[in-house]
Design a binder for this molecule. Structure first.
Ligand SMILES: *Cc1c(COP(=O)(O)O)cnc(C)c1O
Length: 365
């Protein structure tokens, strides 16, 4: 088994964030950005790459918006196997691309969105005998189940009322749902939590499907033609695991939301400022709780856990633009956050007054 110490990620009870989302009790934050390559993908890939090596796969492959590729590249290096990753050209953060290259992956930048990269890698896996490690690989799902089991263990097997997470290709919500149902069937928890998946409004085929099925139970997934969101990890128009995810959402009386980027980035700013921090897509987990509380679907006194899927440093460019106020339609969270200063005390006094919004305090004695 290839392992780098996956899991054992922090679980934080944040009062400021609970207040921000409108909960009277705690909001539990499970930070999956604290995995070895800084996203939850490590939990599934350590299992799947271990088994691919045992099955004598010679070249590993995946399509990715950047986190699966970073994680696969790391475990492939540990396994001593080459890997080829298919990413949407120009739609992967610099941090994730650098990380993927650093661990030694070969990178194919496919013209089009993640959906084209996914289709191409599936064809390539058939045609050339590549070991496909997307979450269509069942070992990924088995590994990712440990998020839910670890969370329940940390909560002394008292299931929360809700678990809320971002949703893109829908592997993770499938894994969490399966783990929760299995834990319930085994008598480890005495009731099932409800589950909510949160998509970006510009890439929300699954939210649309779940809404359509409330009218017509036979509705099927229609692909989003051109998925668009700043949260690149969930910029997916044709999620592969929608059937599994639908089964879990229906079994766990779930909700699926589609939130505009402004709400996701608002949540990101709140999570970052609480000292916890996450990448843009991850913030959907907390934005979703806030929306569900506002709509009265989550009660103010409910026990809620949200899953932050990736680390703050996964997308430094977007975070810097957010704070510079250079994202269209998104105001900077703090108007006075950075300033250039000449190297003199006089200039500094003025700059400090500007940054703090008041004169700097007198000398300490
Ligand atoms: C992969 C990923 C997601 C989406 O998870 P799915 O299993 O594809 O639904 C969300 N956030 C981050 C940071 C991710 O890396």
């Amino acid at each position: 088994m290839l392992a780098r110490g996956e899991g054992n990620t922090g679980l934080y009870a944040s009062r400021p964030l609970a207040e921000w989302v409108g909960l009277s009790g705690d909001l539990w934050i499970k930070h999956e950005g604290e995995n070895p390559t800084a996203s939850f993908k490590d939990r599934g890939l350590c299992v799947a790459v271990s088994l691919a090596r045992r099955a004598d796969c010679r070249v590993l492959a995946c399509a990715s918006t950047g986190n699966t590729s970073s994680s696969l590249a790391s475990y492939a290096a540990l396994a001593g196997l080459p890997c080829v990753v298919f990413v949407p050209a120009g739609k992967i953060s610099t941090g994730k691309l650098a990380q993927t290259l650093a661990y030694g992956a070969r990178v194919l930048e496919v013209e089009g969105s993640f959906d084209e990269a996914m289709r191409l890698v599936e064809e390539a896996a058939e045609a050339f005998g590549l070991g496909l490690l997307n979450s269509v690989n069942p070992w990924r799902i088995e590994g990712q189940k440990s998020i839910a089991l670890e969370l329940l263990d940390e909560l002394d097997w008292e299931a929360p009322d809700w678990i809320v997470l971002p949703s893109g290709n829908l592997g993770n919500i499938s894994a969490l749902g399966k783990a929760l149902r299995e834990a319930h069937a085994a008598g480890l928890i005495d009731r099932l939590p409800r589950i909510a998946g949160v998509q970006a409004a510009g890439a929300a085929p699954f939210a649309r499907l779940v809404a359509a099925r409330r009218e017509n139970a036979a509705a099927e997934l229609l692909p989003e033609l051109a998925p668009e969101t700043l949260a690149t990890a969930i910029r997916i128009g044709k999620p592969r695991s929608w059937r599994k995810a639908l089964r879990e959402v229906e079994a766990l009386d779930g909700e699926v939301l589609a939130l505009p980027d402004e709400e996701l980035l608002d949540a990101k700013a709140a999570i970052d400022a609480a000292g916890i921090g996450c990448e843009p897509a991850s913030a959907a987990a907390v934005a979703g709780v806030r929306r569900l509380v506002a709509e009265g679907k989550i009660e103010r006194g409910a026990r809620v856990a949200s899953i932050l899927t990736g680390h703050l440093l996964k997308d430094p460019d977007l975070t810097a633009r957010l704070h510079d106020g250079s994202l269209p339609g998104v105001p900077a969270p703090r108007p006075r956050a950075r300033r250039r200063v000449a190297s003199s005390l006089d200039a500094l006094r003025e700059a400090l007054a500007d940054l703090l919004g008041r004169a700097p305090p007198p000398p300490l004695r």
